[in-house]
Design a protein around this ligand. Structure first.
Ligand code: IPE
Ligand code: IPE
Ligand code: MG
Ligand code: MG
Ligand code: MG
Length: 293
């Protein structure tokens, strides 16, 4: 199956489960609407696809990783809602639509993000998820690590702290690995662990995931300066305006693309060492650096 079709399949599969999970938001209709608005605004569903592909790489069905995929997309969507807030990147457009706070106001946008983050862990603890309990505990820890202060949240703080400052490649790598790489890494490891991957296999996949995760944010930085707002569904040329620490700002577009290509080769090599039972993690890593949106 080609990667576009796989992403489409993943989207369908995870969207049904996301709808079901959002039905549990009953206390406030406004909260339900604000959470649903951003989840359903579109988005590539790369993190669910990585979790599914990692499960298949272990020889299991994609569905084995479904609650992890739902949780990952909820956390990712919350991170976008908060990332766009006036006090963070202050953006008006996301996934081709007005940002959450533009529609629902800042207070509800913050709470919609909080709701999605918390609901993600409710989904992970679903007793209907028929995998051994110790795997669920491992997955919860993997995802909390990827999303939290040692992962995405930590990276988002660095991203803001380094705005407008001179930075080195070492600093930039640290920002990107945390703000973006670690949740992508968690997607791969959670999917693989759901399918029963052992510590040795997880370590090999970890090398794949680290390289892939960094390459994802390099591609995001490059697209900010090379793609149009229409292609991206978010305002282009934003990083320059905000003086963000990005790869193109440090080394220009061509060298940034080369760096991403090198990381892709590293990712593919590490993946081979894990002897995956499906090729899709490799195809997804290539898609991530070659994508146009
Ligand atoms: C955008 O992520 C934010 C980053 C971590 C770079 P995606 O490019 O996966 O956004 P969607 O989910 O497709 O909207
Ligand atoms: C965001 O990085 C990473 C997140 C954790 C959301 P960016 O700020 O570059 O993401 P975009 O370009 O707004 O999607
Ligand atoms: Mg940001
Ligand atoms: Mg942003
Ligand atoms: Mg960006």
């Amino acid at each position: 199956m080609d990667v576009k079709a796989y992403l489409e399949d993943s989207r369908k599969r995870v969207d049904v489960a996301l709808d079901r999970a959002l039905k549990d938001v009953k206390v406030s209709k406004n909260l339900f609407e604000a959470m649903s608005y951003s989840v359903n605004a579109g988005g590539k569903r790369v993190r669910p696809a990585l979790a599914f592909a990692a499960s298949e790489a272990m020889g299991e069905k994609a569905e084995v990783a479904l609650p992890a995929a739902v949780a990952l997309e909820m956390i990712h969507t919350y991170s976008l809602i908060h990332d766009d807030l006036p006090s963070m990147d202050n953006d008006d457009l996301r996934r081709g639509k007005p940002t959450n706070h533009k529609v629902y106001g800042e207070a509800l946008a913050i709470l919609a993000g909080d709701g999605l983050l918390t609901q993600a862990f409710y989904v992970l603890s679903d007793p209907e998820w028929k995998i051994p309990a110790e795997r669920k505990v491992d997955i919860t820890r993997i995802i909390a690590d990827g999303a939290g202060s040692e992962g995405m949240v930590g990276g988002q703080v660095l991203d803001l702290e380094w705005e407008g400052k001179e930075f080195t490649e070492k600093t930039l790598e640290k920002i990107h690995i945390h703000k973006t790489g670690k949740l992508l890494r968690a997607s791969v490891l959670a999917g693989a662990r759901a399918a029963g991957a052992d510590a040795t296999t997880l370590e090999k996949l970890d090398r794949y995931a680290k390289a892939m995760g960094l390459s994802f944010q390099i591609a995001d930085d490059v697209l900010d300066v090379t793609a149009t707002t229409e292609q991206l569904g978010k305002d282009a040329q934003n990083d320059v305006k905000k003086k963000k620490a990005t790869y193109p700002a440090l080394m220009g577009v061509e060298k940034s693309k080369k760096r991403a290509a090198t990381l892709l080769e590293e990712a593919l090599e590490a993946l081979r060492s894990a002897r995956p039972k499906s090729e899709m993690l490799g195809h997804l890593a290539r898609f991530i650096v070659e994508r146009k949106s």
